[in-house]
Design a protein around this ligand. Sequence first.
Ligand SMILES: *[C@@H]1O[C@H](CO)[C@@H](O)[C@H](O)[C@H]1NC(C)=O
Ligand SMILES: *[C@@H]1O[C@H](CO)[C@@H](O)[C@H](O)[C@H]1NC(C)=O
Ligand SMILES: CC(=O)N[C@H]1CO[C@H](CO)[C@@H](O)[C@@H]1O
Length: 394
Amino acid sequence: MKVLFSLLLVLVIPSPSLCSKVGKSNIPNAFNIVKYGAKGDGHSDDSNAFLKAWKDACTSTKGTPTLIVPAGKIFMTQPLTFQGPCKSATINVMIRGTITAPQNREHWKSDDNDHDSWITFNHISGLVVNGGGTLNGQGASWWDKNASDRPTALRFLGCDNVKHSSLTHLNSPKNHISITGCDGVLISNVNLIAPETSPNTDGVDISSSTKVLIEHSTISTGDDCVAINSGSKFINITNVKCGPGHGISVGSLGKNGKYATVEEVYVSHIIFTRTTNGARIKTWEGGSGYARKITYKNITLIGVKNPVIIDQQYHALESVGKGVKISDVTFRNFRGTTKDKTAIELNCGSIGCTNIVLEDIHISGLNGERSSSSCKNAYGSSSSCNPSVTCLDN
Ligand SMILES: *[C@@H]1O[C@H](CO)[C@@H](O)[C@H](O)[C@H]1NC(C)=O
Ligand SMILES: *[C@@H]1O[C@H](CO)[C@@H](O)[C@H](O)[C@H]1NC(C)=O
Ligand SMILES: CC(=O)N[C@H]1CO[C@H](CO)[C@@H](O)[C@@H]1O
């Protein structure tokens, strides 16, 4: 690793084209972290350079300030918060090089009960993050720890009008990107990559947020591709390749009796490759609230274990007769193969799921054999489905 690393530095540093890129930037109002003392040698702590450059960018009043992380270097930072609000209406963070977390969790500086996230953008509006670079969460040394003790790699907290694009995220300790309390977030052209066996490494987690669009991205991790949690409304996911991982999930909602709501979710043009789930909604028994107005359409499935799954009894309790209402859910234009026999599973609790619509669905086994469907307390309609969904109650 170390050898590879030095080789990388040797290859990269003397390149005149890259040096000139660092030196003369044509971007007006640029704040280059190297000018603030960042070393970019992969192991020196560059946190202070990031924070100083951010302070100047965020208080700048001219045009669109741009914080620049130059190409060809690896900048190591401890947990960092980019705090807003900023003076200008828009602010750009251009990540051309690599930002890495400390390689081992023992080297994280924040104290043990402060492992919420590695990089946080907090209450910034008009934030643009892009640049073609990489964020390496160095999650491997965390993966044997309890999920509640592990940090999210990148968190947008209370940010409005965010555009996050053209970046690669590797090996997060927990979620790769968490969007919390935001209004208006576009995530596009990102690659989120972690091993299939890495626990809880969701691609994007959304909660308490509105108007989030995720598009033209690839998400290959050990957990959900995208998870849509309580308080989320007007969420669109389109042209995304998922897998390996656990699919796109609304929920889980209503854990430990909580009130939870999700509505207006549109998921389309997704390719699920060897994921455990495809289109999923999961709620805990004993919770309350609703998951409604959810559409999954134009979905391609390649060897997916549970292509269509509603589970209103995720972690069922002893017949509590209470749950998160699931209604107005459409699954339309699904094509592909399932790894298991049951392609469609609508498992609702005693409160039932209503207006569940399935249309134009064709899912077979890996070798073209027939698949099946199962329903429990599910109400709605189906047409042109293979497997047929005669178990739906009208
Ligand atoms: C993980 O942490 C949670 C919350 O602190 C706790 O309830 C749970 O028992 C822990 N699990 C393990 C396996 O330690
Ligand atoms: C989300 O999808 C809905 C339904 O297709 C569409 O009406 C809406 O404009 C989309 N919103 C965004 C931000 O793409
Ligand atoms: C599975 C499915 O319906 N795929 C379609 C998705 O949309 C594209 C373009 O609109 C079609 O070409 C696919 O056949």
